[in-house]
Write a protein that binds this ligand. Structure first.
Ligand SMILES: *[C@@H]1O[C@H](CO)[C@@H](O)[C@H](O)[C@H]1NC(C)=O
Ligand SMILES: *[C@@H]1O[C@H](CO)[C@@H](O)[C@H](O)[C@H]1NC(C)=O
Ligand SMILES: *[C@@H]1O[C@H](CO)[C@@H](O)[C@H](O)[C@H]1NC(C)=O
Ligand SMILES: *[C@@H]1O[C@H](CO)[C@@H](O)[C@H](O)[C@H]1NC(C)=O
Length: 538
């Protein structure tokens, strides 16, 4: 866009922001004074911009099951000020890092465009040439986590109290519909429709244009009026909620800063167990910029950390890794060697592919990882020995006995990683094959990139994990299982597995579930996790 055009836009923006808004405000003042001059209680209780609508905290939540509620997701249900981070998530996770970079570079220009043009440009950069399938998987596996974390709790409670929920928003419908219907049981979602061609988005907005909220409401409800409307004090929202019988406002500043409006995890309408995607932070423009600046450093650092881990002795490797920012904490110590001179089986929670590596490094001894399923690639790249089980009891038993006589083993019976504070069902196979069992509670924390993926390139997992500025690993070695609680002591393998799961869950403060690898892949990737399913017999 050339320079005169930008000037024109600036002038346009100025006119809109200053003249239109101030006229509107003046009109509101006249209206308030005219209507409510005598009512001191309303005037004093609301000192915000448009005192026409009461504060959302005044909304009574009871007896609303037969009522209809209308609100927007951007600004009202979400605490974030702008919707840009969610476009960035789609661009990065559904598109590519280049698309994300382009969107970031366009940000300064977006700031000077007016509302409609800004949306069109953002939609174009984010969606042009994107496959419908990719948007679908981002909306299923990536966005819900970020929406839940930024949900405005007060707005959610009001929404939840109503029987029929309608969300009217000008952001693209495909970005929010899945989440709203799945997690908030919203009945109808009206949003901006995007133009598609075959299996791809063209990046254009469909011929009906950008959705105008109050017009969409009139079209949807016709003569009827919805019972409640909630919104911010902005002009767009004001026009929307003025059409409702009752209306409440949320103040933007408060929603951002007030801790009451943060939704606590235990109030999530559905537990968030699985999610996918690489980014561990909400990609606001500033955070995304920091990420791109960090990227080259991060890549070098990851390579350095990997080389150190492979080439140097444990003590030196751990020291150097800690020096570069890896935060490794070890609690408890390796158990005494058993009388019969055999190795022990460490049973770990599974947070990333690197669990056995970090355990081996923190114990300063070589371990062999026994896996149920591992891609060929990870097997080749692994710095420690890996052995694959066949799920044939007799053969596996023999393998294990042989390996145990050579040294210690480590197994992650969950069979797949989980990022949230939940433990998946423990496969019980290991319990039958070993008597000397040591549970190990592992947890990780990352601030920039997740080191696990369900639908991306698994071979990049360790690299992404080590690209974090301060990846952290907590290793907590619990006491050896007493003999009477093992299979040799007469317990069934399921009892042993469940007992260890509970024990580890307790040590980490995690919740135990009966979810499996299959559940995870069905939810995140829409397939059954091919690597395992080919082998699976049960
Ligand atoms: C004044 O405000 C109070 C409380 O908000 C309300 O109960 C009352 O009906 C209002 N009176 C008028 C005249 O609007
Ligand atoms: C809304 O009510 C809450 C709690 O009573 C109060 O802290 C907040 O300042 C009010 N907000 C506005 C905009 O009046
Ligand atoms: C989202 O809401 C904010 C105000 O809450 C507004 O400034 C912004 O333009 C909205 N974004 C979209 C895409 O509608
Ligand atoms: C991870 O670390 C960050 C920064 O140190 C901290 O704010 C966050 O609470 C930690 N998350 C977990 C799950 O421990």
């Amino acid at each position: 866009m050339d320079f005169p055009m930008i000037l024109l836009r600036l002038a346009d923006w100025f006119l809109y922001q200053f003249l239109a808004n101030s006229c509107y405000r003046a009109a509101m003042k006249v209206k308030n004074n005219g209507f409510f001059f005598k009512n001191q209680s309303i005037r004093s209780s609301s000192s915000n911009q448009f005192p026409l609508h009461p504060n959302i905290t005044k909304c009574n939540l009871y007896g609303r099951k037969s009522q209809t509620i209308v609100c927007d997701i951007n600004g009202t249900l979400l605490r974030t000020h702008s919707f840009f981070p969610y476009f960035m998530l789609v661009a990065f996770e559904g598109g590519s890092i280049l698309r994300a970079l382009l969107l970031l570079i366009s940000y300064p220009f977006l700031c000077i465009l007016d509302y409609e043009l800004k949306m069109r440009v953002m939609v174009f950069i984010t969606f042009c040439g994107l496959r419908l399938k990719d948007m679908d998987s981002v909306s299923r596996a990536v966005l819900p986590k970020f929406y839940l974390e930024n949900m405005n709790f007060q707005a959610f409670e009001v929404l939840d109290s109503a029987g029929c929920k309608v969300v009217i928003t000008s952001v693209p419908r495909v970005m929010v519909e899945g989440f709203l219907k799945e997690y908030l049981s919203v009945d109808h979602v009206k949003g901006t429709e995007l133009h598609t061609l075959g299996h791809y988005f063209t990046g254009l907005i469909s011929t009906s244009g950008l959705l105008v909220k109050h017009r969409a409401l009139k079209e949807f409800f016709g003569e009827k009026r919805p019972d409640i409307g909630i919104g911010t004090s902005s002009l767009h929202d004001h026009l929307l909620i003025s059409l409702c019988k009752e209306s409440y406002v949320i103040s933007k500043e408060e929603s951002k800063s007030n801790q009451i409006s943060v939704m606590p995890r235990d109030k999530y309408p559905k537990p968030l167990v699985f999610h996918d995607g690489r980014l561990a932070f909400l990609p606001t423009p500033l955070a995304t910029l920091s990420m791109f600046i960090w990227l080259p450093v991060g890549i070098l650092l990851a390579i350095f950390r990997i080389l150190v881990g492979i080439c140097l002795p444990y003590k030196v490797a751990v020291f150097l890794a800690m020096l570069t920012g890896v935060n490794l904490k070890l609690k408890g110590s390796a158990p005494q060697k058993s009388e019969n001179g055999k190795g022990v089986l460490y049973v770990c929670t599974h947070r990333t592919l690197l669990d056995p590596v970090f355990l081996s490094n923190s114990l300063c001894k070589p371990l062999t990882a026994v896996t149920y399923s591992l891609s060929k690639m990870s097997e080749i790249m692994a710095p420690i020995k890996t052995v694959r089980l066949t799920r044939d009891r007799k053969q596996d038993g023999e393998t294990m006995q042989k390996l145990l006589s050579e040294g210690d083993l480590v197994v992650c019976p969950e069979g797949t990683t989980c990022r949230e504070p939940y433990l998946l069902r423990f496969s019980s196979l290991f319990a039958e094959l070993a008597d000397e069992i040591v549970p190990v509670a592992m947890n990780t924390n990352v601030t920039m990139f997740y080191g696990t993926t369900a639908s991306g390139f698994k071979c990049l997992d360790p690299i992404f994990f080590l690209m974090n500025p301060r990846p952290s690993y907590d290793v907590q070695i619990l006491g050896k299982l007493p003999k009477e609680l093992t299979c040799a002591g007469g317990k069934s393998s399921h009892e042993v597995a469940n007992y260890i799961q509970r024990k580890l869950g307790h040590a980490l403060g995690f919740e135990c579930t009966t979810l499996t690898r299959r559940d995870k892949y069905l939810m995140l990737a829409g397939n059954e996790g091919v690597v395992e399913e080919k082998k699976k017999k049960s």
